[in-house]
Design a protein around this ligand. Sequence first.
Ligand code: NAD
Length: 276
Amino acid sequence: MKICIIGLGEVGFPTATYIKEQHFETWGYDLNPERVKKAYETGINATMDWNAIPHDSVEAYIICVTTSLGPDGPDMSSVFEVCKRIATSRKAKNFLVSIESTLIVGTCKKISVEIFGSSAKLVHVPHRFWKDDPINHGVKQLRVIGGVNEKSLQKGVAFYTKLGIPLYPVSSVEVAEMCKIVENSHRFLQIAFAEELKMICYEIGLETDELKNALNTKWNVEILDAKDGVGRHCLPKDIQYVIGLTKKAELLKSAVSVDKKYVDFCRKINKARKID
Ligand SMILES: NC(=O)c1ccc[n+]([C@@H]2O[C@H](COP(=O)([O-])OP(=O)(O)OC[C@H]3O[C@@H](n4cnc5c(N)ncnc54)[C@H](O)[C@@H]3O)[C@@H](O)[C@H]2O)c1
């Protein structure tokens, strides 16, 4: 089985590595020469030349390219671009497209209709990769899967089962799309709660860690550590993908505002400590 991973970054590279380790013929494509070089050096057939890929015998394309938040809102353009490439490179239609990049709700159906003319088998299997623990929370962890139609879902489930990746199928691709951005929004809320608690404790002169440890003795309470603010790119982007769906989302908007205040609070505390 030939598999092509498109986007060889933080999640695409370990995905390609995992697939290669399962002894499938693994192809990789990226625009970034350093990422291609790194993958090539580990034995993946990585290339920047799209035409070097044996498209007509590729069984599945796994898309792990960038999705971001631009000045005008969510930017899915890289996913659209690579899907257009796939659609124009394939004669036979018996292949699977799995989008693992994080998406806004509605993207897969739009791609299916506008780019593949509803002919492709298309699934969304959002990544849950956590680079700090790639063994337990890497490529091979329970993943949600949704398809643009029943045949796509069946093909997707069969494919990931061959890869040995456990799945939680859902009845629509929109549920899978929503699932990813909501799980990251939920994490954002938990962090913002811990941040707010820390700021309250500071104001009233209580030790946050002792309070947190005491609270966490209750069976249904799990207060996180407030660290330096919600960092990296996924959580801040994904909560905005949910906020952008509605005029409501008051709790999520407050969490974003709490996080901004908390980062400012940390800066002031650190500055005051340096002066002391
Ligand atoms: N990093 C994580 O921990 C993580 C976890 C879960 C989900 N995700 C999601 O996975 C997706 C990828 O994230 P990442 O962290 O791997 O990003 P990344 O920036 O590390 O890698 C993305 C790669 O895609 C390539 N790329 C972009 N446009 C391309 C195009 N048109 N053709 C070919 N290659 C292209 C880039 O050159 C880059 O190497 C995003 O949607 C992200 O939200 C990331």
